[in-house]
Ligand binder design. Structure first.
Ligand SMILES: [Zn+2]
Ligand SMILES: [Zn+2]
Length: 315
């Protein structure tokens, strides 16, 4: 008879899980709810002048001209320190101040309310950074636009998740968005923009802040760093109490989502702004948002709706 190994009772094994390192809060717990591990300091003291941001456009994809009340939002785009663009379409070209000639652009994704090769050529962009998952398609788009307009195509430079790029005095790190373009294989991006101690999150388009994005930025639930954000610009395609969810909730945020995100980051010391700093909402859809005056009256501090031409400094 063949000897059989000593009988093992799988249930008995299941009752003795392997030892795990200690989890959760230290004895006594953290104040303010679930802990951020080793999260940021009690007070933030900036070490530099901060990052200048000009909103060239603050509208979502459904803005294709003025609203019935005459107000206009161009497609969401910002100019950082007068030198580095994040997304740009033809709708925002008139919002670039005279005398400024930005030569660098970072694209979040290829939806046409963010990405418009002809507009970049018109402006004389020399370097375009975009996700490595669609760089060949972008090169082809720019080649065609260049052929059509006779203007030279920029250098197309691929960026990768979590890999910082140094450009024009800024450190720009691509983070994954919760979003999808027409091309399902395209990794859509949001950006962490750093300078000195300033850490600004520019998050459009995205349905919330994903755990992976937070992890790459060092501000996630499992991040062991003491890193934190000092500024937040986030999309609110949907308003605070929009009437009816639709497909946009799979890939966009509401003002309520921004509010909740900021609450969680704040109480875990992962968002520590200077006093008085606002959280700016952008990429507002035409269908869910009313006039700027009504919007301004509707949000609690520190949240504010951005508008086209607004200039701020994030410390
Ligand atoms: Zn968009
Ligand atoms: Zn989009």
């Amino acid at each position: 008879m063949v000897p059989v190994a000593a009988a093992v009772d799988p249930l008995a094994l299941a009752q003795e899980p392997p030892a795990r390192p200690p989890q959760g809060p230290p004895p006594g717990g953290f104040p303010g709810g679930f802990p951020g591990r080793n999260a940021g300091p009690a007070v933030y003291e900036p070490t530099g002048p901060g990052i200048q941001v000009r909103f060239l456009g603050t509208g979502g994809a459904d803005w294709r001209g003025p609203a019935a009340n005459g107000e206009l939002r161009r497609h969401a785009s910002i100019l950082a320190d007068g030198k580095v663009l994040f997304d740009l379409t033809a709708s925002s070209l008139d919002m670039i101040p005279a005398g400024l000639h930005p030569e660098v652009i970072f694209y979040t994704h290829s939806h046409d309310d963010h990405y418009d090769p002809a507009a970049a050529l018109e402006l004389g962009i020399k370097r375009a950074y975009l996700g490595d998952s669609w760089v060949e398609r972008a090169r082809e788009d720019f080649r065609k636009a260049s052929e059509k307009t006779g203007k030279p195509a920029p250098e197309i430079i691929p960026v990768s998740l979590g890999k910082p790029v140094e450009v024009e005095g800024l450190t720009v790190t691509p983070l994954p968005a919760n979003h999808a373009s027409y091309f399902v294989e395209e990794e859509t991006l949001i950006y962490l923009i750093e300078k000195d101690s300033t850490r600004l999150l520019y998050a459009t388009d995205t349905g919330g802040l994903t755990a992976r994005a937070a992890g790459y930025a060092g501000i996630g639930q499992f991040s062991r760093s003491r890193k934190f954000l000092t500024g937040i610009i986030m999309e609110a395609t949907m308003s605070m109490d929009y009437p009816e969810p639709d497909f946009r909730m799979f890939s966009h945020s509401s003002a309520a989502m921004v509010r909740d995100t900021v609450e969680v980051l704040s109480k875990n010391r992962r968002y520590i702004p200077v006093e008085g700093q606002k959280v700016w909402l952008t990429h507002l859809s035409k269908s869910y948002h009313t006039s700027q005056a009504e919007l301004d009256a509707s949000l609690p501090d520190p949240f504010r709706y951005a508008y086209d031409g607004l200039e701020i400094v994030i410390r």
